[in-house]
Write a protein that binds this ligand. Structure first.
Ligand SMILES: CC(C)(COP(=O)(O)OP(=O)(O)OC[C@H]1O[C@@H](n2cnc3c(N)ncnc32)[C@H](O)[C@@H]1OP(=O)(O)O)[C@@H](O)C(=O)NCCC(=O)NCCS
Length: 430
């Protein structure tokens, strides 16, 4: 049974029990429809048995919204991540995770669902601390080969293997992430206090990045250090926020925060890509964006730039200005023919890295290629300023932004979570 083509944005998330029957159907249907396996082959039962798969591995699903009175969400694709030594791993070694059973409903193909699934799987793998991802394909899976190559997988012929058929192995290595200190240097807190070697960022709660603690080394008594950090935030009039998931975090940090009731306020992916001289604005002109739009770049953000970034929340303009101007950066604004600003982005160069942030397109101008074009402009400007690598932080559930950045060649390098003291929230921003 085939579903109709997706009517709206497709999102990727972990499968729930309620999805499993549909996941089994989609997987089996996709393989049989492509002639990869005969409908009566034993492997079709394995493809359908998603309960067993979900118990032994991580199953992701791509879900599309309803069409014509169908259930609220429809599974249109799936992928499985298997740990080495687990029942669904065929080739994974220590430090690797293996992708299995990528399947997209034939009716939902040619719309980027497979790419969304594989990229989500890479982000999931990196988030679990796996730096290498492997998979096996059949020689005949040409569409899949093109996709894997585009995403940076390389053939590993020395690991090819034969069962009934010859399987070709491809491997992906997570790119290096900027250090937490490099990230922080592109978005510095208003004030930093060191507590037992932890860097406590204090900015009155304005933006998580500038109002959080980097706990990058072991301490004698984690609970005691956390308590002293909390007092600093209380004096700053803001909730305590800790970044968790960074190399160097003390082993007991998450448990101490759990015991104190800290919630996960956001899971953030760090995406990176290399730059080269070919990064150019689409029409090659740094002053225009195409479609009759112009681009203006400044070294300080004006009120219009800040207001567009903040989405019209004028109240937070001043503390936000102080934070974004804490590091040298370029502030790009896309404007229409009448001079109205429609999009902004910030590019801060530190060493050979450029950090992109604050990308915002006004809702009425979205889906016209402006986000993509402005990001390319920012990368080109950064190249001129000496940057050779780019990174950005994006909330893991921001599917739209993740798709945009994936299409621009950004790949997952790191994942961390912000944990916030109970009873508070923190004003966000970027
Ligand atoms: C994310 C954002 C900047 C995209 O801006 P945009 O101008 O609409 O994006 P573009 O038109 O350039 O789209 C480029 C690609 O992004 C993806 N994309 C953009 N909007 C999408 C949507 N609603 N659904 C699915 N994919 C989408 C697509 O891959 C698209 O390519 P395609 O048009 O060839 O399919 C915009 O949605 C926005 O301002 N969101 C709120 C702020 C935000 O999330 N910023 C990012 C913070 S890290």
């Amino acid at each position: 049974m085939s579903a109709a083509a997706p009517a709206g944005p497709t999102t990727v998330r972990r499968a729930t029990d309620a999805d499993l029957a549909q996941v089994g159907q989609v997987t089996a249907h996709a393989y049989v429809a492509d002639g990869l396996v005969e409908a009566d082959h034993w492997y079709v039962d394995e493809l359908r048995d998603t309960a067993a798969r979900a118990a032994a591995a991580t199953v992701l699903v791509a879900v599309a919204p309803a069409v014509d009175g169908a259930p609220a969400e429809r599974v249109v694709g799936t992928i499985t991540l298997a740990a080495p030594g687990s029942p669904y791993a065929e080739i994974a070694r220590d430090g690797e995770v293996e992708l299995r059973m990528l399947a997209v409903d034939p009716a939902a193909r040619r719309s980027g669902v497979a790419e969304q699934l594989v990229v989500a799987a890479l982000r999931e793998a990196v988030g679990r601390g796996d730096r290498r991802v492997v998979l096996s394909t059949l020689e005949t899976m040409h569409a899949a080969h093109r996709l894997y190559a585009r995403l940076g997988f390389v053939a590993a012929p020395e690991r090819d293997w034969t069962d009934e058929l010859t399987m070709r192995v491809h491997a992906w290595h997570a790119p290096a992430a900027p250090s937490a200190r490099t990230e922080s240097a592109t978005w510095p807190p208003l004030r930093v206090v060191e507590v037992d070697g932890w860097r406590v960022g204090l900015s009155g709660g304005v933006t998580r990045r500038a109002s959080s603690t980097l706990a990058l080394r072991d301490v004698e008594d984690v609970a005691d250090t956390v308590g002293r950090v909390e007092r600093l935030y209380r004096d700053d009039g803001a909730p305590a926020v800790f970044r968790v998931g960074d190399p160097g975090n003390p082993a007991g940090l998450a448990a101490v925060l759990d015991a104190r009731g800290y919630a996960v306020a956001a899971v953030t992916d760090v995406l990176v890509r290399d730059l080269d001289a070919t990064v150019r604005p689409a029409d090659g002109d740094p002053g225009t964006l195409g479609g009759g739009l112009c681009v203006r770049g400044t070294d300080v953000p004006d009120d219009g730039w800040l207001d567009l970034w903040l989405g019209g929340k004028g109240g937070a303009r001043e503390p936000s200005r102080a934070i974004v101007t804490g590091a040298p950066a370029r502030y790009l604004t896309a404007t229409g023919a009448d001079g109205t600003a429609v999009a902004v982005i910030r590019a801060a160069v530190v060493d050979d890295w450029v950090a992109l942030s604050c990308l915002q397109v006004v809702p009425s101008a979205r889906r016209r290629g402006i986000g993509r074009a402005l990001t390319l402009h920012a990368l080109a400007a950064a190249w001129e300023h000496g940057a050779r690598r780019a990174f950005l932080q994006v909330e893991a559930d921001n599917d739209v932004a993740c798709r945009l950045y994936g299409a621009l060649g950004f790949r997952p390098a790191h994942r961390y979570a912000y944990r916030v003291q109970p009873g508070h929230d923190v004003r966000t921003g970027c």
